[in-house]
Design a protein around this ligand. Structure first.
Ligand code: FMN
Length: 186
């Protein structure tokens, strides 16, 4: 199972990137996470798109298309989706061949504050719903006080967080298989 990871933060020491790495560690045998570097995706501009997709956008779309599933770990910015992430999703969303169609997606979020990104997740779900992505419903993962749950090396030090992420990755593997069976029947 080939899984692509997208971190909603571009920051080097991102706690969401640490959370994404933890998700990768929790995948079942035979599944591998490759975290995608999408920082070169330019601001969305329909005039630019009309002249052909920028290489960074094509690469992101193709990477998602090839993957069996996508894991997005993102911070919350001002109660919503970080602008750069929303921008990248907007580029991915265009056209009948948009690669998130029917694609299994798991969402996680981490914040230093108590709520763990509860609000960003519902905005992100709404956007992915419109794109007909197959977003995993449960378990939901909101990592609050996340700064206290990862060490300086980016390793998770909190057994409860690890347990939640493990449960979500187990559910994602089942969700991917179900989605693949459904698409075969369609
Ligand atoms: C522009 C901006 C807006 C933010 N808005 C929120 C917010 O609405 N809710 C929240 O819990 N944290 C908010 N934060 C704090 C982020 O959760 C915190 O910076 C977090 O570490 C970012 O994730 P990262 O470590 O993966 O980069 C905001 C941070 C920035 C830079």
């Amino acid at each position: 199972m080939d899984i692509v990871g997208i971190c909603g933060s571009l920051r080097g020491q991102s706690i969401n990137r640490m959370l994404l790495n933890l998700a990768g560690d929790c995948l079942p045998a035979g599944a591998t996470l490759h975290v995608c570097d999408w920082h070169e995706v330019p601001p969305f501009n329909a005039d630019v798109m009309a002249q052909g997709l920028p290489a960074s956008v094509s690469a992101l779309r193709e990477r998602i298309r090839q993957a069996d599933a996508v894991i997005i770990a993102t911070p919350e910015y001002n109660f919503s989706i970080p602008g750069m992430l929303k921008n990248a999703i907007d580029w991915v969303s265009r056209g009948d061949d948009q690669p998130l169609l029917n694609k299994p997606v798991a969402i996680l979020s981490a914040t230093p504050g108590p709520l763990g990104g509860a609000r960003v997740q519902y905005d992100l779900r709404k956007v992915l719903l419109f794109m007909n992505a197959a977003v995993l419903v449960k378990p939901e993962i909101f990592v609050g006080f996340a700064n206290q749950k990862f060490d300086a090396g980016g390793q998770c030090t909190d057994a409860t967080t690890r347990g939640f992420v493990q449960a979500q990755m187990d559910a994602l593997a089942v969700h991917v298989r179900r989605q693949q069976q459904l698409l075969k029947l369609a």
